[in-house]
Design a protein around this ligand. Structure first.
Ligand SMILES: Cc1cc2nc3c(=O)[nH]c(=O)nc-3n(C[C@H](O)[C@H](O)[C@H](O)COP(=O)(O)O)c2cc1C
Length: 299
């Protein structure tokens, strides 16, 4: 009933834990084999310590983060994390590896190194607002996004989804460029560039001044963007942005998303993904809807 087809890949249900918001430790809360997929924290070629100073800041209806892509780098990821992820994959959970780079060459090298690995998809993060030297720069204008997708596509055999930035000049145009360059799907949105002030210090909260806003505050805007993009591309879309319950998830599916990713909600309640799956299931049963195909993109 909850199974969905994303391109050629079957997900047991459409609920995926979003990059950077889900890691080791969640197995204490529930049986991970029940979720549709896990998207890993942004991976770079070399180990990154991330940004200095405050990295998470709570707002009235969301959080701001400036983690700065802290991660162990591809070698240790392949040695330490991938074996554990493969075990979850054996239980039918789709594994999506999120990659980031400071230069086009870094993205390409990463993508080439991961091409033969046992994962289900690569998610190309061209939308991180928290690293000065790259990330979002590639996702702001369609020409850079196009070139990057073309180069990554040519070296990686795994299905490729591109994670779009809500801070882009024209998110629909970028989505269309990614489709033209052979992306198998899209995911949107990443965090919104935002700001907070520490009035006692009379300074911005974050060392980088700006940080990425996520959570319920961004949901209506993310939903509008997913709707706009779904009208203009044929490849499948993963909807992301402030999804906290089954109702939120269904809204994204009704505007055209095939899967959804859950981020900030995991910090509010580690059981969020599981609850969202149950709530979607309950809705379909109560409404007598046999599959999500019946309601996808009806708006
Ligand atoms: C603490 C934190 C770390 C994140 N790290 C990444 C990352 O490494 N790569 C990425 O593509 N997105 C990252 N994101 C963005 C989320 O995956 C997601 O796109 C965004 O938070 C919007 O969804 P949400 O409102 O459900 O949180 C991060 C978000 C948060 C809050």
């Amino acid at each position: 009933m909850l199974q969905v087809l994303f391109g050629k890949i079957i997900f047991k249900n459409p609920v995926i834990a979003a990059s950077g918001t889900f890691g080791t430790g969640f197995e204490q809360h529930f049986d991970l084999s029940q979720i549709g997929g896990i998207c890993t924290k942004g991976l770079t070629l070399c180990h990154r310590t991330g940004n200095k100073g405050i990295r998470i800041w709570e707002t009235a209806s969301g959080i701001m983060n400036s983690i700065g892509l802290e991660n162990k780098g591809i070698d240790l990821f392949i040695k330490q994390d991938l074996p554990m992820l493969k075990k979850i994959r054996d239980e039918g959970v789709r594994i999506i590896i999120n990659i980031s780079g400071s230069t086009m060459a870094e993205y390409v090298e990463l993508a080439a190194l991961l091409s033969e690995e046992e994962a289900d998809m690569i998610e190309l993060n061209i939308s991180c607002p928290n690293v000065k030297e790259g990330g979002m720069l590639f996702g702001i204008t369609s020409s850079t996004a196009r070139e990057l997708v073309r180069q990554v596509r040519s070296v990686n055999k795994l299905p490729l989804i591109v994670k779009l930035s809500p801070n882009a000049d024209d998110i629909v145009k970028i989505a269309q460029c990614c489709e033209e360059e052979g992306a198998d799907g899209l995911s949107l949105v990443n965090t919104f560039k935002a700001m907070a002030i520490d009035i006692k210090r009379r300074m911005p909260v974050f060392d980088n001044i700006y940080a990425g806003l996520s959570g319920p505050a961004i949901k209506p805007i993310a939903l509008r963007m997913v709707h706009e993009v779904c009208q203009k591309v044929k490849i499948p879309v993963m909807g992301i942005g402030g999804i906290c319950n089954g109702r939120d998830a269904l809204e994204f599916i009704m505007v055209g998303a095939t899967c959804i990713q859950v981020g900030t909600a995991n910090f509010i309640n580690p059981n969020s993904c599981l609850q969202i799956i149950t709530e979607i299931d309950n809705f379909l049963r109560t409404e007598g809807i046999p599959s999500l195909d019946e309601i996808r993109g009806i708006i």
